[in-house]
Write a protein of this length. Structure first.
Length: 304
């Protein structure tokens, strides 16, 4: 994990944007009207590796001397991002995933050139094994969300949105361990942040209620991407110092939103990426010009 003594700021996000620019795509912003309402969609699922996670992985790896071997634990998207970043930068990567990781994500991690290890029933078990391996000389553990460089890298999504459309007044994102939500808050300039989670994976929602990170259940159709058992300490500290609204949606709402994105826009995303849209459809996203981050598409599915 990258260590630092100063709090993260918008300046760290801008520095991350400069650092990762040679390797990432500037994803489009789509302006649409659905059900008579205007909404902006950040098409981050078009990012290399299929999700926003590449931004944080690249920024973390590039923030210091290149390691010989990066090690990560992931439900899928972070692992694929680490594998892709390692391939781009010429370092080796090993990715630990839970036994429950979707085959589509595991297949893509291996195709990107990383060594894949299935271990344990959940992210926590995979992370414990990965952390132990990362103690070896020349190895480094790259946390998916509880790392300041990762958080700053994820914030570059919001920085792009606000550069393209400064009048956005609300930013809505899906939450797993909180890295994207926390990164989004850094350059937001006081705009509303809506953090959307499945009812079955409510780690941020429960942490906000408790006043500190707590262990939470992981049972959702979106769990492969939002299945952190506990929100990260770094993201939690950032989010509690900014204006953030926590929203929960059901699995039924998520799947309906995913299919609606296909019907309305021919956008095919994984369930986790549809969670902000599910909240918007349910009138849970305030603001006159909200932007929803469609954060990933690492799944195999076919609309009915």
């Amino acid at each position: 994990m990258t260590t630092r003594t100063q709090p993260l700021s918008a300046a760290d996000v801008l520095a991350a944007a400069d650092r990762i620019r040679p390797y990432t795509r500037r994803t489009p912003l789509l302006d649409v009207e659905i059900d008579g309402r205007r909404v902006l969609l950040k098409l981050e699922y078009l990012q290399r590796s299929g999700s926003f996670k590449l931004r944080g992985a690249l920024n973390a790896v590039l923030s210091g001397p290149l390691d010989d071997h990066v090690v990560s634990a992931s439900g899928g998207n972070h692992g694929l991002a680490v594998a892709t970043a390692a391939a781009l930068l010429g370092v080796r990567a090993t990715v630990y995933v839970p036994e429950s990781a979707p085959a589509s994500k595991a297949r893509r991690i291996e195709a990107a050139g990383a060594r894949l290890v299935r271990h344990g029933a959940d992210f926590a078990a995979a992370a414990a094994a990965a952390t132990e391996v990362a103690q070896r000389p020349g190895h480094r553990f790259l946390h998916p969300y509880d790392d300041p460089a990762v958080v700053a890298g994820q914030g570059t999504v919001a920085a792009e949105i606000l550069a393209d459309e400064p009048s956005v007044d609300t930013l809505a994102v899906a939450v797993g361990g909180g890295g994207l939500a926390a990164g989004t808050a850094l350059p937001a300039g006081g705009r509303r942040i809506v953090a959307v989670e499945p009812e079955g994976c409510p780690c941020l929602h429960e942490a906000l209620a408790a006043g500190h990170p707590v262990d939470s259940p992981v049972t959702s159709v979106a769990a492969s991407a939002t299945g952190a058992t506990r929100v990260g300490t770094i993201p939690f500290d950032i989010l509690t110092s900014h204006e953030v609204t926590s929203v929960l949606v059901t699995d039924t709402q998520i799947l309906q939103a995913r299919d609606r994105l296909w019907e309305e826009c021919r956008i095919a995303v994984e369930p986790a990426a549809a969670t902000p849209f599910a909240a918007w459809l349910a009138d849970q996203i305030p603001g006159t010009l909200p932007c929803l981050v469609l954060c990933g598409a690492n799944t195999d599915w076919h609309p009915e």
